[in-house]
Design a protein around this ligand. Structure first.
Ligand SMILES: Nc1ncnc2c1ncn2[C@@H]1O[C@H](COP(=O)(O)OP(=O)(O)OP(=O)(O)O)[C@@H](O)[C@H]1O
Ligand SMILES: [Mg+2]
Length: 517
């Protein structure tokens, strides 16, 4: 895979890339960056967590002269959190060039945004609604925009932003470069592309070379009323570093995050009815690890990149396969490992199979964790915490009392009692959630064969991988393509706090695109 120096980047951009810990380009970057640098329009598709942001960000930033003072680039995203995150990532890439990025999104004080606009950012990253607001107030002018990026374009369409996007794009000069990126490309995206892109190059990372995230996928069959108990046990058993739990509705998210808090988990909720302040606070707490469990609606399904997310749990089955893929794609990013659990009620099994068919992905069934497994999981975490403290060797002031206690009590009893004290922080509060209706199976049968070409989704295979469950059988064409042994990773050089270090391309489990939905 190419190093970033091979793209002929100017030193200031290259320095920023290096400082972000990127060593090699990801496959979508290797393909898209040269085309985007040539100025061509582009449709880019590659799996979640494979660096699409930098794939458009690096060329975008490279194009802008440092002395530029006008808004010359516009990026649109479906959600506020994503606008903030993309602005942040582009800001890092542009740091040494002195180019400024500004996120513009609803819910934030518009006066504050107008003041920030006076500092002459060259790149605006925004959600369509608030962008239009500024355009109407004439606080944002698009006359000089030369590059437009639609990130998660399919989701923006789904959210009903077509009209807003059309209006916004009609105000951008026709002489421009337009790029469109997403992990999923349902057919309606073609309409958008035809309307707004000129002879776009399709860049999709075909399974043979894809650097897919390595996500172990599991489902658990549970009755609606057992779900919360199942979640508690799962969290106890797995003790995720960071987990995202997806619920179907805002009410569900509120009830669930409250219930988790009552049980003693460090959890909080995110959905569209919260104030922007609340949303920002929750995201900040999740990013800095002061909460471990983020409970969210699909507002968090797209694009969010939080390092250290080891688990995604679909408390409620997602509505469609796209949503499934984006949700689980919040883990297993940048070559790291992740696990996705999906709760399925008996009446929803058909819908799960539908998702499996469309994604051409087998999801393994697991039994509900037993109480014993949950307890063992909790105890294991407590033991790990104890051992960590022993290794830190910073408890001299406790030694006196330890010696005294050991004179009176048996050592096993003492340690067991201390463990109980430490482990028993979860409270056995009775929880009752308002039941959600089951998702009904789609009647349509996905036409798997015809889906391949349009989105670069030639049938891929599960690469063999030693998962924690001991490896699952190959689903389809596992031997195809020989991408399983390159042994090269694109994980960041500094290594995050994720359990597994950077993983390599060789760990790719599956890869494909689809178009059925
Ligand atoms: N070449 C690289 N080497 C190492 N890490 C990288 C590289 N490129 C991007 N990353 C990191 O990988 C993570 C995922 O990137 P990004 O958010 O752009 O993924 P994405 O493809 O847009 O995913 P999604 O479909 O979920 O939006 C980010 O933390 C990013 O900084
Ligand atoms: Mg993205």
């Amino acid at each position: 895979m190419k190093t970033f120096a091979e793209f002929g980047l100017e030193p200031k951009v290259l320095q920023a890339v290096t400082e972000m810990g990127f060593e090699e380009s990801t496959p979508i970057q290797a393909k898209a960056i040269p085309i985007a640098m040539s100025g061509a329009d582009l449709i880019g598709q590659a799996q979640t967590g494979t660096g699409k942001t930098a794939a458009f960000g690096i060329p975008l930033i490279s194009k802008i002269p440092p002395e530029e003072e006008r808004i010359v680039a516009l990026v649109m995203t479906p959600t506020r959190e994503l606008a903030i995150q993309v602005a942040d990532e582009l800001g890092k890439l542009a740091r040494y060039k002195g180019i400024r990025t500004l996120p513009i999104y609803g819910g934030q004080d518009i006066g504050r945004q107008i003041r920030a606009l006076k500092k002459k950012p060259q790149i605006i990253i925004g959600t369509p609604g608030r962008l239009l607001d500024h355009i109407n107030r004439k606080t944002i002018r698009l006359d000089d925009v030369q590059t437009v990026v639609l990130d998660e374009a399919d989701e923006m369409l789904d959210m009903g932003f077509m009209e807003d996007i059309t209006t916004i794009l009609s105000l951008v000069p026709e002489e421009r470069q337009t790029m469109l990126f997403s992990a999923t490309m349902p057919p309606n995206i073609q309409k958008l592309a035809q309307q707004f892109l000129r002879n776009p190059e399709h860049v999709s990372v075909i399974p043979k070379n894809i650097t897919a995230p390595s996500i172990e996928q599991i489902y658990i069959e549970v009755h609606e009323r057992e779900k919360f108990e199942a979640l508690s046990r799962l969290l106890d058993m797995e003790s995720p570093d960071l987990a995202i739990v997806f619920g179907r509705t805002k009410r569900r998210v509120d009830e669930l995050s409250e219930a988790l808090q009552k049980r003693g988990y460090s959890a909080d909720g995110l959905h569209g009815d919260l104030s922007q302040n609340q949303r920002d606070t929750v995201m900040r707490k999740f990013r800095d690890g002061s909460i471990d469990v983020l409970v969210a609606t699909d507002v968090a399904a797209r694009g969010l990149d939080v390092s250290g997310v080891t688990h995604v749990i679909n408390f409620d089955l997602p509505q469609d396969p796209e949503s499934y893929v984006h949700r689980i794609g919040r883990t297993g990013r940048a070559g790291k490992e992740g696990v996705a659990y999906t709760f399925v009620t008996p009446r929803e099994i058909d819908h799960l199979h539908f998702i499996e068919r469309v994604t051409r992905q087998r999801i393994a069934r697991r039994p509900l964790p037993s109480l014993a497994e949950a307890i063992e999981g909790k105890q294991r975490v407590t033991a790990e915490r104890l051992i960590e403290i022993i290794q830190q060797d910073d408890f001299a002031e406790y030694k006196g009392i330890a010696i005294q206690l050991l004179e009176q009590y048996d050592s096993v009893h003492l340690v067991a009692a201390a463990m109980k004290l430490l482990t028993g922080e979860k409270k056995d509060v009775e929880i009752e959630l308002t039941p959600e209706d089951p998702i009904r199976a789609k009647k349509r049968r996905p036409d798997i064969r015809s889906s391949g070409r349009r989105f670069g989704g030639a049938v891929g295979g599960y690469g063999g991988r030693n998962s924690r469950s001991g490896g699952r059988g190959n689903g389809y064409g596992g031997g195809r393509g020989g991408y399983g042994d390159s042994g090269r990773g694109y994980g960041r050089s500094e290594g995050g706090r994720q359990r597994a270090g950077g993983r390599s391309y060789g760990d790719v489990r599956r890869s494909r695109g689809w178009s059925e939905e």
